[in-house]
Design a protein around this ligand. Structure first.
Ligand SMILES: [Zn+2]
Length: 281
């Protein structure tokens, strides 16, 4: 039973309160990082083939660039501390701190008990897109990753190239374990280049054709040593469907860009979170 109280309209019209005003967080020196990026040198690079994932180590203090090549393509990104794979990207807290989609100046935060910036967004060639009339934007932290379990629940099918499986295979190759053995390490992603939102009327998660074009880039600054694992989503530009081989699918470039000596000024890798972990016991 639900009964509207007399003051229903008054309650609905209360203004929203931002849960976590990010102004109180330590602020990155974006202008300094962008200057360092402008002078950075090309480092190690690899490619995530269509419907596959690739792994790249990104040293702390360098940049990690994802590039659209050949055709419109979205990517599902997992981030780990390269030297401690327990420290992983925490999309839920990143969303709570920075909103549904990330852009220049936002940080990608790690899970508890580390909770510190793993990476900072320093460049985004799709920043022009903004939020469209449907509430859609790019680079979301609201979707999880396409996965064969949800696909099976919805359709009963067996499909092996969802991003969850691609990330699991890449991580298995990297660690020398089996995909089933490492899939628990795969976590909710940054949906690179993907255009998503929630429908205004029903609040449902939606996707639409990504505005990404070959040559578009998203560049992160590695605040700590990173292991980046990126899947070229089977959905391609995610204009129609994923979890199948139906969509046109393209590779994604991944590369390290190394700043010139001294370009980072006084930058230091952030320490792990300062909470003492006694939890009141
Ligand atoms: Zn996917």
């Amino acid at each position: 039973m639900t009964q509207e109280p007399d003051n229903a309209e008054a309650v609905r019209s209360l203004p929203p309160v931002i849960c976590y005003p990010p102004e109180t967080l330590p602020q990155p020196d974006i202008a300094g990082l962008q200057a360092a990026l402008a002078g950075a040198m090309q480092g190690e690079a690899t490619v995530a083939p269509p419907r596959e994932a690739a792994v790249l180590r990104v040293p702390a203090g360098s940049f990690f660039q994802i590039t659209s090549v050949d055709g419109p393509q979205v990517g599902d990104l997992n981030l780990f501390h390269a030297n401690d794979l327990q420290e992983r990207f925490y999309s839920g807290k990143t969303r709570a701190l920075h909103g549904t989609h990330v852009d220049v100046g936002d940080r990608l935060w790690s899970c508890f008990p580390y909770l510190r910036p793993m990476a900072t967004v320093v460049q985004d060639s799709l920043a022009w897109y903004g939020l469209d009339e449907f509430g859609g934007g790019v680079h979301d932290v609201i979707g999880t990753r396409c996965d064969p379990y949800t696909h099976n629940a919805l359709s009963g099918g067996q499909y092996h190239h969802c991003c969850h499986s691609n990330l699991s295979r890449a991580l298995a190759d990297y660690t020398g374990q089996t995909p089933a053995g490492v899939e628990g390490m795969v976590h909710d992603v940054l949906n690179v280049f993907m255009c998503t939102g929630f429908t205004r009327d029903t609040g449902q998660y939606f996707m639409k054709a990504s505005p990404v074009r070959p040559g578009d880039t998203l560049t992160l600054f590695a605040e700590i040593d990173l292991l980046a694992v990126l899947s070229a989503c089977p959905g391609g530009d995610c204009s129609a469907e994923h979890s199948s081989d139906a969509a046109a699918c393209y590779p994604l470039g991944m590369s390290v860009l190394t700043p010139r000596p001294g370009a980072l000024g006084a930058w230091q890798s952030p320490p792990i979170n300062g909470y003492d972990r006694t939890h009141g016991a």
